[in-house]
Design a protein around this ligand. Structure first.
Ligand code: DVN
Length: 295
């Protein structure tokens, strides 16, 4: 069809517009597929993992917990022994036994802070509530936090290319270490134990989570005086679960059945103030003075 024909131009415009629409929708589809993909892409072992882990260990024994007598070289050797030359889905918690023996720790009663689905807030909370102690404050948690690692049976080194999802493995090397660390941490817990849960999601207490499946089952009612549950929702909600609603009630039933004394709060002032740091203008953050200005 000749270029100058008005009919051609009209059809050309229609074609051009529909092509742009196709391109936009294709692009959006690709973008959606990328976003909808699991948030945890199949990343490989964290680069420089030995330097990171050893550096964190020396930092911990020097600056964080100078009193502790830990042999960072031995801990690393035991970690390598547990992980290397193992199929990437065959590293069970038991494989880390020698490593954990090299990092014995005890905690101070009334300081244990457990959490689930509240990762962002827990870091702020632990930073201000310095008297509370999370797993990430132990040497194991401090050394391995946020890292990924795996190996292949035939390899004598870590697999820096790709590691499986936790869900793809019966014994995932990362999940297994956190299972053992969480078990050790919960067994240490004594006195008042605080648990921070997310009221803005369904199943704030999830029996399949590390808290719900490992820590809860390793708390000792003979050592723990109270389990103080703190349910925190996003300032703007949604307000889905609370002390008396949803899965938190299931947690309370389990605690009662096992002989724990417990408390539950779903409007902790400190936690609200912590959230207000990021949203000072929020109506929930208005202080009395703001709400009732003196004329
Ligand atoms: O009490 C804490 C702590 O003491 C430790 O014992 O674990 C408890 C928290 O674990 P949780 O109960 O499973 O709670 P979360 O928030 O579901 O998971 C804790 C961490 O593991 C988060 O950093 C999770 O990453 P995310 O979801 O924030 O990106 C991570 N995690 C959970 N499932 C995972 C995973 N990382 C990789 N693969 C998975 N399938």
């Amino acid at each position: 069809m000749p270029l100058h024909d008005p009919k051609y131009n009209k059809n050309c415009q229609i074609f051009a517009i529909s092509s742009v629409k196709v391109l936009i929708s294709t692009g959006l589809l690709v973008l959606f597929m990328m976003c909808a993909a699991p948030l945890r892409a199949h990343l490989g072992t964290t680069p420089n993992i030995k330097h990171i882990v050893m550096g964190r260990c020396f930092n911990y024994v020097t600056l964080v917990n100078p009193g502790g007598r830990f042999d960072c070289e031995e801990i690393w050797r035991a970690f390598e022994e547990a992980v290397l030359r193992q199929a990437s889905c065959e590293v069970a918690a038991e494989h880390y036994r020698r490593m954990f023996r090299a990092m014995p720790q005890t905690g101070t009663c009334d300081r244990f802070l457990l959490w689930s689905k509240t990762r962002k807030l827990i870091q702020d909370y632990a930073a201000v509530a310095r008297h509370l102690w999370t797993l990430e404050d132990t040497l194991a948690g401090y050394m391995f936090n946020d890292l990924i690692w795996c190996s292949q049976q035939e390899d004598s080194d870590f697999d820096f290319g790709s590691c499986p999802e936790w869900s793809a493995c019966l014994h995932h090397p990362v999940h297994s270490l956190w299972r053992q660390a969480s078990k050790n941490f919960a067994e240490m817990a004594c006195g008042n134990v605080t648990v921070l849960l997310n009221g803005s999601i369904e199943k704030a207490f999830n029996r399949n989570s590390m808290f719900g499946s490992v820590e809860l089952d390793n708390l000792n009612p003979q050592r723990v005086n109270y389990v103080n549950i703190k349910v925190v929702s996003n300032l703007d909600g949604p307000f889905i679960e609370s002390c008396g609603r949803g899965s938190i009630a299931d947690l309370i039933h389990i605690l009662q059945a096992r002989g724990f004394r417990w408390t539950c709060s779903d409007n902790d002032r400190i936690l609200t103030m912590l959230q207000c740091v990021h949203k000072p203008e929020h109506r929930a953050c208005r202080t009395c003075a703001d709400a009732h200005p003196v004329n």
